[in-house]
Design a protein around this ligand. Structure first.
Ligand SMILES: Cc1ncc(COP(=O)(O)O)c(C=O)c1O
Length: 409
């Protein structure tokens, strides 16, 4: 075991991922990361222990209750929010549709909702559909396709006194751009609107602090950060108290349960707690520190690890003749989108797959983003780093692409 305070030990981390034994180099993390053994064990143990609906009478009821309470606490630590403001759902997409319908109950003709072309469609279509149903107007913010930047003044240019909500991503799942969310929050709040942030891609790479970000709502999906497949919404409980979603008559009207439709997936929630615990221990720190404190240290180490590998990868890729990189923003996640002249992205993907390098190609539901970049429905080759990425993976990806595309320039 590495000593306390040692740097990010990627070999130790990799030893917890049974999936890596299959031998592929995984650059498909932005679509969903691989899962550590501790997460899988938590899921299996929850499913194979006595479990019932939440309650206080039988051990099985108490176990279900404990699993939910622990998962809210874990996500509260990850997002730096009160656990009472953590809502669980099927996916980020489902939670966004659900809350869009709920928020739109208060909208009408003349009201405006702002969406961005940098976003995944999960943070566009729910707002467009809800606005249309309410008779409200949708306004669009563009990013600069050359730089990938979405500056706060682009948001300032479209908001006004009728703006009710602005929906924007904390990081693009296609090109990695991380807009300045605190500055955007200032703009949004200056006109009295709410800020909905899609944190699905960002939460896997940079430490999230929802209150510091200024976001009123933050959605994310544990399956992007080493956990299982479900979605999470975080907000201040006092804000959630003001909202009244469609719900069944006998179901709880307390916050956050008011927003949770049907029985929660207890086994997945146990997996999410294990994923947050795993993230907190990415860099071995003093175990007596709080989980939030360990998350702060571990995410700093993760960023350093991913940035170093990204720099090596970029240097190699940008030297490939005919390669265009679309990930150019100053602040971005370790997610690269490229095209190579004369090569269809699907051909690049297949060539890499033949070398056991998993890097998918397409638009990844960032539909407007891909079109705004001039890539239409074809998109590009996307390569994303994860905590388990190592130097050997980078070498396999870079040399694979060099071979497919005819070597270095
Ligand atoms: C940035 C971003 N937002 C939203 C989503 C949708 O997440 P979910 O699958 O939890 O609905 C994704 C999924 O890829 C994403 O990358």
């Amino acid at each position: 075991m590495a000593a306390l305070g040692s740097p990010f030990d990627v070999d130790r981390i990799r030893s917890h991922f049974p999936a890596l034994l299959e031998g592929a180099a995984h650059f498909d993390g932005p679509g969903g990361s691989q899962v550590p053994d501790t997460v899988a064990t938590a899921i299996v143990e929850t499913l194979t222990s006595a479990i019932s609906n939440r309650g206080a009478v039988t051990p099985a009821e108490r176990r279900a209750d404990r699993v939910v309470v622990e998962a809210r606490a874990a996500m509260g630590d990850l997002l730096n929010l009160d656990p009472a403001g953590i809502v669980f759902g099927r996916s980020a997409t489902e939670l966004t549709f659900h809350l869009a319908r709920t928020l739109a109950k208060g909208w009408g003709p003349g009201d405006e909702v702002v969406v961005s072309r940098l976003d995944h469609d999960a943070n566009i279509r729910p707002w467009v559909i809800a606005a249309e149903a309410a008779g409200a107007t949708v306004r669009w913010v563009d990013f600069d396709p050359a730089t990938g930047e979405l500056p706060p003044d682009a948001v300032e240019a479209v908001v006004g006194e009728r703006t009710r909500l602005v929906a924007v991503t904390a990081a693009s799942n296609l090109i990695g751009t991380r807009p300045d969310i605190p500055a955007i929050a200032d703009v949004v709040h200056s006109v009295g609107a709410l800020l909905w942030v899609d944190g699905v891609h960002a939460t896997a790479h940079v430490l999230t602090d929802v209150p510091a970000s200024g976001a009123d709502f933050w959605v994310c999906s544990p399956y992007k950060f080493l956990g299982p497949h479900h979605g999470v919404l975080g907000a201040a409980p006092s804000l959630l108290e003001t909202l009244h979603p469609d719900k069944l008559l006998p179901s709880s009207d307390t916050v956050p349960e008011r927003f949770e439709l049907g029985t929660l997936p207890y086994e997945l929630l146990a997996g999410t707690t294990a994923a947050v615990d795993f993230l907190a221990d990415l860099a071995l720190t003093d175990p007596s520190l709080s989980r939030r404190e360990r998350l702060v240290t571990s995410f700093a180490a993760l960023e350093e690890h991913e940035d170093a590998l990204l720099a090596t990868l970029e240097e190699r890729l940008r030297a490939i003749p005919g390669l265009t990189a679309y990930s150019n923003a100053k602040r971005r996640t370790p997610t690269l989108l490229v095209t190579v002249e004369g090569h269809d992205p699907q051909e690049l993907r297949a060539g890499l797959a033949a070398r056991a390098v998993n890097a998918p190609a397409g638009h990844f539901y960032a539909w407007d983003c891909s079109h705004h970049l001039g890539l239409g429905a074809t998109g590009g080759l996307r390569m994303g780093l994860a905590p388990y990425t190592n130097a050997d993976d980078i070498e396999r990806l870079a040399s694979g692409l060099e071979e497919i595309c005819g070597g270095r320039s």
